[in-house]
Ligand binder design. Structure first.
Ligand SMILES: Nc1ncnc2c1ncn2[C@@H]1O[C@H](COP(=O)(O)OP(=O)(O)O)[C@@H](O)[C@H]1O
Ligand SMILES: [Mg+2]
Length: 283
């Protein structure tokens, strides 16, 4: 973003080139996406449609391009080819200033959390509010941040703590609170339960599901966590061979017979997760 140009107050309906987005339309449509770093072609024709109101799990081997796919959708990665349409807006030129109206309509929890270490939890949550609503009164901004922190299941006294004073699970919740700051229609979570113990991971999953049901957003959820996939995902997209090779419920994916999918869901870990889900275990 050009420092000389002040960010205009967000007004999603007023961006040139926007058409009114009908909330029943797929919020994300990816067509023929190609991403390449030097000679490393990461995506070679990715097609994917995310449905309104679903939790879509995204799986794939390490380095298969899950995070790059997320970055393409939110305009942080300029693709070599293809088209990405988010909330009815085609992000063709990937000009962050031009896309300010749509950028305030999603929230992102990056892999690793990425909280500002010199800011308290409350101040971290205020960052997007300051960026997109600079005219907001400071007391009101603090109150909205406080509400988001509590909504993310953190205790009130976490608001004034610094990230270094928080456990791994609390950091994830603080990151989640920040991603909820702008009341997103779309939530992007990149491996939110990585590094959490099974109880913390299961609680985070339930929180994600409850928030989605209460607040009504769509979730794009990158995860390695088989329990998460079984417990809260409506459908799962599988990235392999530089493409999305299948999207569906877990039984539908298994029906494809693809070797990677079979190994992933029917290997030792996959079978254990399926069995625990069948028994209705939640930690
Ligand atoms: N900014 C970048 N510059 C060069 N290569 C990158 C960059 N970001 C990701 N890559 C490469 O793209 C591939 C996919 O990365 P990533 O999407 O992070 O994988 P993952 O599926 O584990 O999230 C990897 O080979 C990675 O090295
Ligand atoms: Mg990643």
């Amino acid at each position: 973003m050009n420092d000389a140009t002040p960010v205009t107050p967000a007004s999603p309906e007023s961006q040139p080139g926007d058409h009114a987005y009908n909330s029943n339309e797929p919020p994300i449509v990816i067509e023929g996406l190609v991403n390449q770093f030097g000679r490393n072609r990461v995506h070679d024709g990715v097609d994917l449609t995310v449905r309104a109101g679903e939790i879509l799990g995204v799986v794939g081997g390490s380095g298969s391009g899950k995070s790059v796919l997320m970055r393409s959708i939110i305009g942080l990665q300029v693709p070599a080819e293809g088209r990405v349409t988010v909330l009815g807006r085609t992000l063709t030129d990937f000009d962050p200033d031009a896309n300010v109206g749509v950028r305030c309509r999603w929230g992102v929890l990056f892999q690793g959390g990425a909280l500002f270490s010199t800011l308290t939890v409350g101040e971290n949550v205020e960052v997007p509010l300051k960026q997109f609503y600079p005219e907001l009164r400071p007391d009101l901004r603090a109150e909205i941040a406080r509400y988001k922190v509590l909504l993310s299941g953190l205790p009130e006294d976490a608001i004034d703590k610094y990230p270094s004073e928080l456990s791994g699970g609390m950091k994830k919740r603080a990151g989640l609170a920040r991603s909820l700051a702008l009341d997103p229609e779309l939530l992007f979570l990149d491996e939110p339960t990585a590094g959490l113990d099974p109880i913390g991971a299961s609680r985070f999953d339930q929180l994600t599901k409850e928030l989605k049901e209460t607040l009504g957003f769509t979730v794009f959820l990158i995860t390695h966590d088989l329990d998460t996939l079984h417990e809260i995902c409506d459908r799962v997209a599988v990235i392999a061979d530089k493409k999305v090779i299948a999207v569906g419920t877990i039984p539908e994916l298994i029906e494809t017979g693809h070797p990677w999918i079979l190994e992933y869901f029917q290997g030792v870990r996959g079978r254990a997760a399926a069995a625990s889900q069948k028994r209705g275990e939640t930690l």
